[in-house]
Design a protein around this ligand. Structure first.
Ligand SMILES: [Zn+2]
Length: 214
């Protein structure tokens, strides 16, 4: 008697690390597909087509729909971007407030920077409302910067310092109080003082070309 039938066989399409919803941590996963095979004496011989796909956590062995990967990549990028945007806006407003005077040029510079590096454009009115908010509740410069700092490379940190310096310089002079805030920002991002000095010397030499108003 010939014993035949069909059976689903799993094969790994892709693997990597993902944020497992069940473990609530970064864990290795395997993205598997299930193919139906024609079997002869229980041996899968002929693939008959794909039945489905799933993602399996290699830690807890929990299985999830493939979208679990897509959703995670998108949401972590989005989360970082919005954190970055908040940190950038908050830092620039603190710099603007550092000398106690809110200059029109400073407002325009902050708006320009926030809109250049964020993905939600702010109007001057919205920015003014945010400045009010920060004035009433001036959180430490580290509050938001600390959250994004570990994800920033040297270039990313330099951009923030350069932007801050552009805001400080936009009213024609950089005050000690503004320098103090910039120093604090550099400290939060764990930049060395020589690195910071180098960036500022660079900007003075080149008359801050990247962010000057033209
Ligand atoms: Zn897991």
């Amino acid at each position: 008697m010939i014993i035949f039938g069909t059976r689903g066989v799993n094969s790994t399409m892709e693997q990597g690390h993902f944020n497992c919803p069940q473990c609530e941590a970064q864990k290795p996963y395997k993205h598997k597909k299930v193919t139906r095979f024609f079997t002869l004496y229980f041996i899968p011989l002929i693939p008959l087509g794909k039945i489905g796909e799933f993602v399996e956590c290699q830690q807890c062995r929990g299985t999830f729909i493939p979208n679990v990967l897509k959703y995670q990549k998108d949401s972590s990028a989005d989360a970082f971007l919005s954190q970055y945007e908040i940190a950038m806006k908050h830092c620039m407003v603190l710099i603007m407030l550092a000398d106690g005077i809110i200059d029109d040029d400073e407002m325009l510079m902050v708006q320009k920077i926030v809109n250049k590096f964020g993905h939600n454009d702010v109007t001057l009115d919205e920015l003014a409302a945010y400045v009010d908010e920060v004035q009433k509740n001036p959180e430490d410069v580290s509050t938001y910067l600390k959250k994004i700092s570990p994800s920033l490379n040297e270039h990313g940190k330099e951009i923030i310092i350069k932007c801050a310096y552009s805001v400080a310089a936009s009213d024609g002079h950089v005050d000690d109080t503004e320098v103090a805030v910039i120093n604090e920002m550099a400290q939060v991002m764990e930049m060395s003082s020589s690195h910071l000095k180098g960036i500022i010397a660079d900007m003075n030499e080149n008359n801050e070309p990247s962010f000057s108003q033209n």
